[in-house]
Design a protein around this ligand. Structure first.
Ligand code: UD1
Length: 356
């Protein structure tokens, strides 16, 4: 079987890691296409190095732009790439502009399309990711759902017959990395001690693009009574500079993005996480660090139901939310047992068919 993976943004490299290993160990051919949506070394290259992912076979180098410009630049090049490699499956990941571009190109060329992390829904139609994931699910021949909640969403949209639940590949890589870094102290800014700090990331358009919203989030973080290690996505740095918001005020220790092992280690040793990242909400849950999510909803509802995540609907309550009592311990594993990549590869191999 020959699988062509299309990735472009940081969380997709994390998901690609276990899939690349599972494909290679099962003896399948794997072509990796990097769209270039994320291009800074700390947003891209370090993930390939740390997760042992082979260098991309094709790099489209599209860079930044508005949604239409960025997605269009990918589409312009993808048709030729897919046809040249002629895969049995085109595999797209998550919910970014690289996902929707890969999906559109594959289905228009009649290549079988599989969507990894299918069925997630925020039901917030202001999010670019919500459009990307809904459209990709409906285009896909195979929806690889990470959870039962995701499967139910797909069923309710009439996509049940092309859906299977594989578990979540981010669990595979998170648990394996946690084991690897267990005895490594976290890399922290000077003066910040393990166990004492709040780890934070903020990058989503709905939190960064409106100056008042971003100002309120940063003030809330700066007022926390603990050191706040804020690992800054380039979008946060750019918008904070545009809006004149100081990322060094109060409790903030703003640093460059972590590589993946450093992130896992930083979550393990944090007293709490405050984030708007989907992946980090789950990693916090898997590593049992209480999380507060700076959004009005989350796709990862299991983290809320099990008590390990809360939504910060009122930013004035941020300190109270971060200081809430430690959640009850749980053995629940809604995101699988760490073998989702093998299940994904097996599902693809079982369903290889001739192109229509
Ligand atoms: C994208 C995804 C988002 C995902 C996030 C993970 C979409 C619609 N959004 O958002 O779902 O959670 O990736 O990080 O696809 N930039 C750089 N260097 C880089 C990458 C980005 O400087 O390597 C800056 C640029 O100013 C760019 C901005 O960040 O304009 C936004 O980047 P973009 O890839 O468009 O979206 P993200 O906010 O990263």
């Amino acid at each position: 079987m020959k699988v062509l993976s299309i990735v472009g943004a940081r969380p997709q490299f994390v998901k690609l890691g276990p899939i690349a290993h599972a494909l290679t160990s099962a003896g399948h051919e794997h072509v990796i296409v990097h769209t270039g949506q994320h291009y800074d070394a700390k947003m891209s290259d370090v993930f390939f190095e740390d997760l042992g992912i082979p260098a991309p076979d094709v790099h489209l180098g599209v860079g930044s732009g508005s949604h239409g410009v960025q997605t269009g630049a990918m589409l312009t090049q993808l048709d030729a790439v897919i046809e040249e490699h002629d895969p049995d499956w085109v595999l797209v990941y998550g919910d970014t502009n690289s996902t929707i571009a890969g999906a559109l190109s594959a289905v228009k060329l009649h290549y079988p399309l599989a969507h990894l992390e299918a069925g997630l829904r925020s039901f917030n139609r202001r999010m670019p990711e919500e459009h990307n994931r809904v459209l990709t699910d409906h285009a896909a021949d195979l929806c690889l759902a990470p959870t039962d909640v995701a499967r139910r969403h797909l069923e309710s949209e009439g996509l049940g017959e092309r859906t299977i639940v594989t578990g979540d590949v981010m669990t595979d890589v998170c648990l394996a990395t946690a084991e690897r870094v267990r005895d490594t102290p976290p890399t922290l800014p000077d003066g910040v001690e393990p166990g004492s700090y709040v780890l934070s990331t903020i990058h989503r358009a709905e939190n960064t693009d409106d100056p008042q919203r971003l100002g309120a989030i940063i003030s809330g973080l700066a007022a926390l009574p603990y050191p706040v290690v804020l690992t800054a996505h380039p979008r946060l740095l750019a918008r904070a500079a545009d809006h004149g918001i100081d990322l060094t005020q109060g409790s903030l220790h703003t640093i460059e993005p972590f590589d993946y092992p450093a992130m896992v280690s930083a979550v393990q040793h944090a007293r709490a996480v405050v984030t708007d990242s989907g992946g980090l909400q789950k990693e916090a849950f898997l590593l049992r660090t209480p999380c507060t999510t700076v959004r009005t909803e989350t796709e990862w509802t299991e983290t809320i139901d099990l008590g390990w995540n809360v939504l910060a609907l009122d930013l004035d309550q941020l300190t109270a939310l971060v200081d809430r009592p430690t959640p009850d311990p749980t053995d629940e594993a809604p995101y699988g047992d760490g073998h989702a990549a093998d299940a994904t590869v097996a599902a693809l191999a079982e369903r290889v068919r001739t192109r229509p």
